[in-house]
Write a protein that binds this ligand. Structure first.
Ligand SMILES: [Mg+2]
Length: 180
């Protein structure tokens, strides 16, 4: 199978790090749980999106982003099983170099650049399954849709929209192993 995997907040914890950085610099105490909308600013009234997202462009930021538990083991497992694994990310072009070197290849050293697809139109990519936390990336895609649960998608009726909601990588492994 060809397994397509989103990067931010599916295999690494970008949002958690952005919230930490923003709280520290702007003396706030928001939690990831309060980010109930795709727009992170919902947890930071009175601030601009740029103030929060600009941390991504600071030198060394991507060195501090942590992995989602179980993601590395699961991706390695799928590759060992003979599946094709591709990271499909809508990353900002300005951060690609740092993000790949300091985050993706640091946390997942068994992946390489030929396993990465950068696009904002994931529906154009062909694969058997896409694991993503963004509803907009799953809707309309010609792949099996696994929605990685997050505060900003928790009120969405995944099942009614043909998606499988999961809360961790153990569940993903069970589903994909069952698809074979
Ligand atoms: Mg994501």
């Amino acid at each position: 199978m060809t397994i397509l995997v989103d990067m931010d907040d599916v295999i690494e914890r970008l949002l958690a790090r952005l919230v930490e950085c923003t709280n520290e610099k702007f003396h706030r105490n928001a939690t990831v749980d309060q980010v109930t909308d795709w727009d992170i600013i919902v947890a930071y009234p009175g601030m601009t999106k740029k103030q929060v997202l600009d941390f991504m462009f600071e030198p060394g930021f991507w060195m501090t982003v942590e992995p989602v538990p179980g993601a590395a083991e699961a991706l390695k497992h799928f590759m060992d099983e003979g599946h094709e694994v591709y990271i499909v990310t809508a990353s900002e072009y300005e951060v690609i170099n740092e993000k790949m070197t300091e985050c993706l290849f640091r946390l997942f050293p068994f992946l390489s650049w030929d396993r990465v697809i950068v696009t904002r139109r994931k529906q154009l990519i062909r694969g058997d399954v896409l694991i993503d936390d963004g509803i907009h990336n799953l809707e309309g895609g010609d792949y099996k849709k696994i929605l990685f649960t997050a505060p900003y998608n928790r009120d969405y009726d995944a099942e009614a929209n043909g998606m499988i909601r999961v809360k961790n990588w153990d569940e993903i492994v069970r589903i994909i192993d069952g698809m074979e």
